[in-house]
Structures are given as structure tokens and as C-alpha cells.
Design a protein around this ligand. Sequence first.
Ligand code: ATP
Ligand code: MG
Ligand code: FE
Length: 351
Amino acid sequence: MRILGIETTCDETAAAVVGVGFDGRGEILSNEVLSQIAEHARYGGVVPEIAARAHVEVIDRLIARALKNANCSVKDIDGIAVAAGPGLIGGVLVGLTTAKAIALVTRKPLMAVNHLEAHALTARLTDGIGFPYLLLLASGGHTQLVAVRGVGDYVRIGTTIDDAIGEAFDKVAKMLGLPYPGGPHVEREAAKGNPERFAFPRPMQGRKEPNFSLSGLKTAVRIEAEKIAPLTASDIADLCASFQAAIVDVVVDRTRVGLRAFREIAGHPAALVVAGGVAANQGMRQGLQRLAVEAGLKLVAPPVNLCGDNGAMIAWAGLERMRLGLIDDIAAPARARWPLDTSRDEAGAKA
Ligand code: ATP
Ligand code: MG
Ligand code: FE
């Protein structure tokens, strides 16, 4: 079985082919990602109209390249998976319309995948883990602790009440004059800095509900930065290191509480999984690794190139759904908003 996956929900245009062997394990046959960072950098963030236009300009070429690098033609593909949301609607429409056209012409099944579900299931592609597992989804738009009990069976245990983790990284980067997207730059600066120079708050630490709140931390960084301005290179490094240390502490504490909640509703987890763009952060991975050891669990973190947005995760989620007969209608809508935990009802209704 081979699935073509298409991703256009934000500022990455991506196409990939993922296959599956007799053992049921996934295999990435090609994975093409074109980032639009250069187009958005001077605006300090993603501009939706620019993103949609850039997707249109490259999508056909990228799909052709993904097929070629997988050594196949569209005839060899068994289904087309596409991220139908959540995301910037103009971009989503580009990918979805393209996928529908291919599905119609080739008469192959269409899987309209939830982008968050694709992040959530990546650990099964890379590590073949079973259900259930505790997922920390930490991306540009989302911060959630989710009990993943099966394909389409997601129970949200905790979430952020204000900023997403990736968003906090991006905003701190911006206030310190670092380029967009800020996460990788903050990490690079943090590696050079002193994480103990600034005692930033650890919001929500110790609370019983496994939720997050990050806007106070971001404000604390701003206040400190204004106090010591003009900033030297080592000030910036220390601010980043101290900010990252605070966020890792918060994430570890919140995830520890999430594990307790998980056990109440889903039993023993097969693994602790982290996914989404922020999962690329080494400090985050090390913190979660310590927690995993403490809890006697395996930490599964995708390779860095599968943490950020990519086509392989979409293809894999489509493959998982197709195996269960969860095929979508050609009229499947594009969705700007699409909470992960509603896909259970939809999967149930269709099954
Ligand atoms: P969502 O998946 O919620 O719809 P998105 O698709 O925009 O949002 P991703 O592409 O999964 O998000 O992740 C992008 C985010 O990850 C950005 O906020 C970026 O700054 C952050 N990020 C990427 N690398 C790192 C890193 N090394 N450290 C911290 N944050 C990072
Ligand atoms: Mg992106
Ligand atoms: Fe994403």
C-alpha cells in the first residue's frame, strides 16, 4: 500500500509517499518539503495571502518530485491523503483542491486528514508503537496533552489557556530581535547562555489540572529585557537560556500531571510521545526523557525533520485511516478550525 500525502496548512508546502510493508510498519519512500520562511521573514510571521499563493506556485512540481523520488507514478498510488485543516484556509484549499483533482482523475480514495492527527500518529510511523500513548503535542498553534487510544480516538487531557509553546518561542524571539520562526534561533542562543541568570516564573507548576499558561512567562521575559536594554549578545543568550529552562520545567511538570490523568482514563501508556515543531528542541527532549525514565516509560520523539510540518506524516495518517476504511467524500470541506478530539465522532459516524 502506498499513499501520497499533501500538506499546505501553514508555511510549508510538502508532498510525500509513504508505503507499508507486510509487517505493517511504515516506510517513507519520499518526503519533499519546501519552506516559505524566506517569503514571510521580513513580515515577522506568516502572511496568509502570500502563503496561499506560494503553495499554488510549487505544489504541482513538489508532488511530481515526491512521486519521482519514490520511484513511482500516480498509477502506483493507492490513495491520496491531504491535510484538510486546521490551518490557514487559503493554503488548506490549495492542497485539498489539488488532492481532490488527483483523486477524481485517478479514481483513488481520498483521505481528508486532520493535521494534528498527523502529528499525533507520527510516532507510529517512526517507532511502530501501539496504543494507548500519552501525546504532548507542542507546535506553533497548539499545546495539548492527549490520550491517544486509537486512530480517531483522542481524549484531550490538558491544553494551554493562552499561548501555544511554539508561539511563546516565536514571540520571545521577536522581542529579542531574532528571525522568524523563532524556535530554532532561541534554542541556538540558549545553548550559549546561562539558564540561571534570570529566575523566570514557571506558570501553573504544581497545579492539579494538566493545563498550560505561557503568556505570563513571555511577559516576564519582555520586562526583564526592557530592564537591561540595550541587550548585548550574552544578554540575549542568557534570556533565551533562562526562558527555555523555565518552559522545559513547565512542560515536564505538566506532562507528569498529564500522565496521572492518562492512567485514570486509558490505563498504562505504551509510551510517552512528543510531536509538533517544538519537539525538535533538544532541551525539551532531554527534559521529557528524564520524565520518561522517572515514569518507567519509553520516550518517542520523531527525528527532527518529522517534528515540523511534512507530507510523510499526512500520508501516514491517511494510510492508517484507509486501513480502517475511513475514506472521505470528495466534498470533504477545508477547515480553518478542527479540534483533534472531534475526529473521534466523525470517525465513528463514518465507520
Ligand atoms: P500546528 O501544527 O499547531 O497547526 P504549525 O504547523 O505552524 O502549527 P509546526 O510546524 O508543527 O507548527 O511547528 C512550528 C513551531 O515549532 C514554530 O512555532 C517554531 O518556532 C517551533 N519550533 C521549531 N523548531 C523549534 C526548536 N528547535 N525549539 C523550539 N521551538 C521550535
Ligand atoms: Mg511551519
Ligand atoms: Fe504542524
